[in-house]
Design a protein around this ligand. Structure first.
Ligand SMILES: [Zn+2]
Length: 162
């Protein structure tokens, strides 16, 4: 088995859609980045890349690559899930935390799981938690949103033999 940890943060600005876990969430600001800046998707993707021992998100999806300009981060995660299977592993569990002062994400968590399943993760193998930062730091001031994720990989062949 392999474990991986991922972290990401993006700045909140006006005039952008807020996409978290592949779900568009109504809010007056959105996250800025080269892609759709889906902070949760990026943290999960980084955790999976880490578990594979293949470096980090920036190595696969450089912000100089026009292919990923305003791209769906669900598509990025799907590419990494495909690479995971090609390496003989499967993602068997993801736990994650989204840290934002606003808006409240709790009502969207089940939709996020469904959306992440389009990337190849099983909705029954994802946990998403929503927290505030108790008003502290850049998150507390509403300047940005951060996410943490851990994932567990298991060998595909060993699982099918069980
Ligand atoms: Zn990111």
């Amino acid at each position: 088995m392999r474990i991986g940890i991922g972290y990401d943060s993006h700045r909140l600005v006006e005039g952008r859609k807020l996409i978290i876990g592949g779900v568009a969430i109504p809010f007056e600001k959105g996250l800025i980045g080269h892609s759709d800046a889906d902070v949760l998707c990026h943290a999960i993707t980084d955790a999976v890349i880490g578990a594979l021992g293949l470096g980090d998100l920036g190595k696969y999806f450089p912000d100089t690559d026009p292919r990923w300009k305003d791209a769906s981060s669900i598509q990025m995660l799907k590419e990494i899930i495909d690479i995971t299977r090609m390496n003989g592993y499967d993602v068997i569990w993801v736990d994650s935390v989204v840290i934002a002062e606003e808006p409240k994400f709790f009502p969207y968590i089940e939709s996020m799981k469904v959306s992440l399943s389009f990337a190849g993760l099983s909705p029954g193998a994802i946990n998403i938690k929503a927290k505030t930062n108790e008003g502290m730091g850049f998150i507390g001031r509403g300047e940005g949103i951060a996410a943490h994720a851990v994932c567990l990989l298991d060998r595909l062949c060993e699982r099918t033999e069980k």
